[in-house]
Design a protein around this ligand. Structure first.
Ligand SMILES: N[C@@H](CCC(=O)N[C@@H](CS)C(=O)NCC(=O)O)C(=O)O
Length: 216
């Protein structure tokens, strides 16, 4: 069997989610580290592989998958030793899915804010409100609960926690997940759940630092 290949960029939030999941379930990935994502994904060869021209992009023995959450769902469904991160039971799985669709929505707004700040423009007010609304919603969801879906940590927690963590590092914004008690406690619960998560977030933060320094 050929190795599972991940087209990857350390400073990418969605690539980080895939690396975290692969490490959590013990899947070895051969990473192809890109330097100029926009340019390298626009070649005819890569455009054919992924017409979206985005990373992460996973190649598993001829199967090519874009979209970080879809890649994570696939890796867990195919390779994890158990289904605790992404349950097989439809009634449990849909609870994880609903949280993932929610965090995808907040992520879109956060990415919009990130892009504005990086290009020297003021962030769109509606997107800022949406991110703050997301933090408030997660705080409500977590009232009296340890995890976002079900009784154990799942893909939904790791994915949403990465969005929450990323809000904090965007320069010229004042997102503060730690002002929400339930969210703050949940972040430290997730960090305690896996050293691999903590290590990959560190890789992401260190890779983004020089990029973010330029706009500070
Ligand atoms: N929804 C996608 C977002 C992927 C995405 O936007 N990736 C960025 C890197 S962080 C990218 O490839 N940007 C290049 C481009 O959009 O041209 C996912 O979760 O995988």
């Amino acid at each position: 069997m050929a190795p599972i290949v991940l087209y990857d960029f350390d400073a990418s939030f969605p690539c980080t989610l895939v690396r975290i999941v692969a490490r959590l379930i013990g899947v070895e990935l051969k990473t192809v580290k890109l330097k100029d994502v926009v340019k390298e994904m626009a070649t005819p060869e890569m455009t054919q592989k992924n017409p979206q021209r985005t990373i992460p992009l996973l190649e598993d023995n001829g199967l090519i998958i874009a979209e970080s959450r879809a890649i994570a769902m696939y890796l867990i469904s195919k390779y994890a030793k158990d289904d605790s991160l992404y349950p097989r039971d439809p009634q449990k799985r849909v609870l994880v899915d609903q949280r993932l669709f929610f965090d995808f929505d907040v992520y879109g707004a956060m990415a919009n804010v990130w892009r504005s700040v990086m290009s020297g423009k003021p962030p769109d007010h509606t997107c800022v409100q949406k991110v703050n609304g997301g933090l408030e919603t997660w705080n409500r969801i977590l009232e009296g609960r340890q995890w976002l879906a079900g009784d154990n940590v799942t893909l939904a927690d790791y994915s949403a926690c990465l969005v929450v963590t990323t809000t904090q590092i965007i320069p010229k914004t004042d997102f503060n997940p730690y002002k929400y008690k339930n969210v703050a406690e949940w972040i430290s619960r997730i960090e305690s759940s896996s050293q691999k998560y903590v290590e990959e977030v560190k890789v992401f933060r260190e890779a983004t630092r020089p990029i973010l320094e330029k706009v500070k």
